[in-house]
Design a protein around this ligand. Structure first.
Ligand code: SF4
Length: 99
């Protein structure tokens, strides 16, 4: 395979993270959240604050996905031990300063 063929294939198929088959529905997210153990979850209040920060972030895609880690934001925001993976410290600090 040549570089040209490789690029053409990539352009045709696009990024895996951007293809329709990796997108999830709100129902699927709710099912995932319902299986999480309470001891690993943040409070509902903090969860909503984190989600609001993600919704305002330019790296939030498809209403579900963080473009820096590929995580479902709703799951990441729910977990106590997760932080924001944004490469800019200022954005990370905003998300992580929430309480
Ligand atoms: S970079 Fe941080 S604030 Fe932006 S979508 Fe990802 S987790 Fe949310």
């Amino acid at each position: 395979m040549t570089i040209t063929e490789s690029v053409s294939k990539k352009e045709r198929e696009g990024c895996k993270g951007c293809s329709a088959d990796v997108r999830v529905t709100g129902e699927q997210i709710e099912r995932l959240l319902s299986r999480m153990k309470p001891e690993v979850c943040v409070t509902d209040e903090l969860y909503e604050k984190r989600l609001a920060a993600c919704r305002a972030c330019q790296s939030f895609a498809y209403d579900t996905t963080c473009m820096h880690c590929g995580c479902l934001v709703q799951v990441r925001a729910k977990m106590k031990d997760k932080g924001c993976p944004h490469p800019q410290q200022a954005v990370k600090a905003l998300w992580e300063a929430l309480s």
